[in-house]
Design a protein around this ligand. Structure first.
Ligand SMILES: NC(=O)C1=CN([C@@H]2O[C@H](COP(=O)(O)OP(=O)(O)OC[C@H]3O[C@@H](n4cnc5c(N)ncnc54)[C@H](OP(=O)(O)O)[C@@H]3O)[C@@H](O)[C@H]2O)C=CC1
Ligand SMILES: Nc1nc2c(c(=O)[nH]1)N=C([C@H](O)[C@@H](O)CO)CN2
Length: 235
């Protein structure tokens, strides 16, 4: 029996696309969600174990660990997807913005990796940790300063955990730039954003699915980042 893959924040968008891919391919998956989006009912009916978790709660990691241990003796992988793309313009309280960004993008992955390492080591096949970071780890982001810094912290965790957990667990990042717009993104923002990359497209979630599958099927890639950014670094 294949151990499940844990995906955090997977009730919408990229995380949901990953869940639906794994359901279609018969890979067991367990997810966390914060808002109970309508799709959760459907996921539960298709056998996905959906766990309600708000990582802003101080005991959320400990409670999640307890829930997972009660049901699983191993995990095939952890995909740290949960994220808040928040910015200074919307948060005059920079203190809490910085803490919130660091918590969801760095502290939670850090604590979960350490807490669940034994379940990954118990996987009958070599295990994986995948961090969803961001292209802005390379450049910074003047409009998302705390967000970019927290994703850079997550990027650094990739190298530390890759060294700590080798060879039984591979640890890698995927660093996307635009993958999918948000529904309320206005036309002028969309036009400006599409021009930031050489490819000039909104590629969709398949690019992340392909990158995740590349990492899961590799016996050799670890401590590295897959940039999924349409050549934005060359514009
Ligand atoms: N979309 C894109 O183009 C890009 C995405 N990325 C990265 O890829 C990953 C997936 O992106 P995307 O699908 O757009 O992500 P979303 O912005 O849709 O966020 C994913 C989920 O994270 C959950 N979440 C946020 N904060 C918390 C919290 N405190 N506790 C629990 N869950 C929380 C949200 O829950 P809720 O539904 O309750 O809000 C949401 O469902 C992210 O790490 C993102 O930073 C990087 C670059 C580009
Ligand atoms: N959690 C999220 N992180 C990011 C998102 C998002 O929607 N949710 N979107 C982006 C942008 O697409 C950016 O890459 C291009 O403007 C970045 N991170």
């Amino acid at each position: 029996m294949t151990a499940p893959i844990l995906i955090t924040g997977a009730a919408q968008r990229i995380g949901l696309a990953l869940v639906q891919h794994f359901v279609a391919t018969g890979q067991p998956v367990v997810i966390t969600y914060r808002t109970r989006h309508n799709v959760i009912d459907e996921l539960e009916q298709s056998g996905v174990h959906c766990i309600s978790v708000d990582f802003d709660n101080s005991q959320s990691v400990e409670q999640l660990q307890e829930t997972l241990r009660a049901r699983y003796s191993a995990l095939r992988a952890i995909i740290h997807n949960a994220s808040s793309w928040d910015c200074e313009a919307n948060n005059p309280d920079f203190d809490s913005l910085f803490d919130n960004m660091m918590r969801i993008h760095a502290k939670v992955p850090y604590k979960l990796n350490l807490a669940l390492a034994d379940l990954l080591l118990a996987s009958p096949v070599p295990a994986d940790i995948i961090h969803l970071t961001d292209y802005v780890v390379e450049t910074g982001s003047p409009k998302h300063i705390a967000y970019a810094a927290s994703k850079a912290a997550l990027d650094n965790l990739t190298r530390s955990f890759a060294t700590k957990f080798a060879p039984k667990i591979k640890v890698n990042s995927i660093a996307p730039s635009l993958i999918i717009f948000n529904q309320d993104d206005p036309p002028e923002y969309r036009e400006k954003t599409l021009k930031k990359s050489l490819m000039g497209i909104e590629p969709g979630c398949k690019e992340i699915i392909n990158s995740v599958e590349l990492l899961l099927n590799s016996d050799y890639i670890t401590g590295r980042t897959i940039p999924v950014d349409g050549g934005r670094h060359l514009k």
